[in-house]
Design a protein around this ligand. Sequence first.
Ligand SMILES: [Zn+2]
Ligand SMILES: [Zn+2]
Length: 261
Amino acid sequence: MELIPLGTNGYFPSYGRQTMSFLALAGGRAMLLDAGTGVSRLLEPRLASRLEGFDTLDVILSHYHLDHVVGLSYLPAVWKGSKVRIFGPAPPVAEADPRSALEALFRPPFFVKTMEAWSCEVEIVPVEGEEMDLGGLPVQVRGQSHPGGSMGVRLGDGIAYLTDTSVDFSGLPLAMGVKVLLHEVWWTDEEAEAEGRTAGHSALSAVATFARDARAGRLLVVHHHPKRTQEEIEAIAERAAAIAGIPVSAPEEGVPLTVDG
Ligand SMILES: [Zn+2]
Ligand SMILES: [Zn+2]
């Protein structure tokens, strides 16, 4: 499995970082985890070339906040295949219905065309259960605590993707033994304490402890707060590594990572 980070910020782009999107290539499938402004990187020739030969793009959305979905509107410009399948959380996994949420957003006057009028076929698949099968790749999902709800995702034994959630140790099975855990870190411990907040997003120490307890092969910290400099993000990764006792890094956008399994 190959993982190409396209966008690693939360909320909005800053310091050259785009908002949340990750391209996963596995078993002859092309998948996007979230579709924030990072989708724009698929216009870059070295990344665009990675999509050649694929007919269908599967997009798995964690939820419908703009930093995770606005890049869907870039797909008519960057996706040359014939079909896009969008898997979005539906009740009880999250509160919104994917069809009504996405069809409300991607239509005039907010976007020039409805999704039905895009050059590729668009299928919206509501995710209501805990498991689905993407052409032989087992995918597990789980509802998370976030305003409006969000969905944690596990792709085989390779990748677990947990963002826009408070740290929830009852969700450990979704990440247990995974090769690469992508988990948001929105607050440092000092920020969480100063603001008195632990709901809806995650603080550093809790994420690192979760990664350790999940026995993940490595932790990639993502969904960076836009205010952070690259140096501050690297300091967060270093502190998390000291707690988790496993390799921790902040993935560089546009640089592919190989994931065994
Ligand atoms: Zn977000
Ligand atoms: Zn969110």
